[in-house]
Design a protein around this ligand. Sequence first.
Ligand code: FDA
Length: 308
Amino acid sequence: MPVLRSAFIALSRNRSLRRFCEQSKVGTRLSSRFVAGTEIDDALRVAESVNRQGISVTLDSLGESVTTEGEAHRAAEIYHQLLDTINARKLNANISVKLTQMGLELSPKLAEKIATSLAQHAKAGGNFVRIDMEDSKLTQVTLDIVRRLNARPETRGVIGVVIQAYLYRSQADVEQLLADGIRIRLCKGAYKEPAEVAFPRKSQVDENFVLLSKLMLDSDVYHGIATHDEAMVDAVKAYAKQHKIAPDRFEFQMLYGVRRDLQRKLVKDGYNVRVYVPFGQEWYPYFMRRLAERPANVLFLMKNFFRA
Ligand code: FDA
């Protein structure tokens, strides 16, 4: 792993820097390229403007690894409000949820209960809940919860999950999820994982990403291909064309503020695109992971900061 990537991942876990940044005006301004703002209204405003460009949205209320049951319930409450507001404002948006924000590390039962109530709420309003994937220690418990929810009639079909192409186990997980008819978002993976569980080289991750995306495209389920990597996007487009898979059978997904040019081009070419829009006070770890993916973004942000 390149040194800068490791350095940013280490910084993403630094508590004092996090406190300082989240409370400072400069920090909030710098993060605005990748984070919609700190309040629900900021996220809704961004969702509306993204929708106007013909792009759908998934909303992420930032936060992870809560330490009390009360925090988990408060985090869930924000998502319930989002589900109501998405319907009221007729937005083309769903929600992305991290189970550690719903108390997974305190009690898997608590996280499952909260995820169930969100999925029931989504089903009542014709919406959808995507469960984000976190580090590899949580992969199995996350998949177990998603599969149980999908097996229950009251939450079937409205819950999907994320698979990370960097994990060796992902092919088996994709096959299992496809057998269950569960919607998958495929991404490369954003956490620091040891070589015992994850491909160490980018070329291996890319190869696995293409392999898994083909398995997904061959299924009848509507999936999300989440990447900003044009080589991945081109491979998916070529496979879909070759196998006569219509562009409306899947969607590309990208993060808010990243490769807007590519997002617009895909829409123009007739592909479905969804943008992941994060918001909230706890933007720091998310923001640092984006810098870790592309340290050149630091220069880019600084230039824009001083220009503004
Ligand atoms: P990669 O990092 O290999 O970069 C390829 C190229 O894409 C770069 O050379 C650059 O051109 C461009 N690019 C990538 N990142 C950029 C950036 N930040 N700024 C500008 N250009 C950039 N991860 C996870 O572990 N669990 C999850 O639940 C999710 N969820 C998720 C949802 C969505 C919608 C997306 C797009 C991504 C995620 N991720 C995630 C993050 C994912 O695992 C991965 O870390 C990032 O998407 C970066 O990987 P890429 O596929 O974009 O390519």
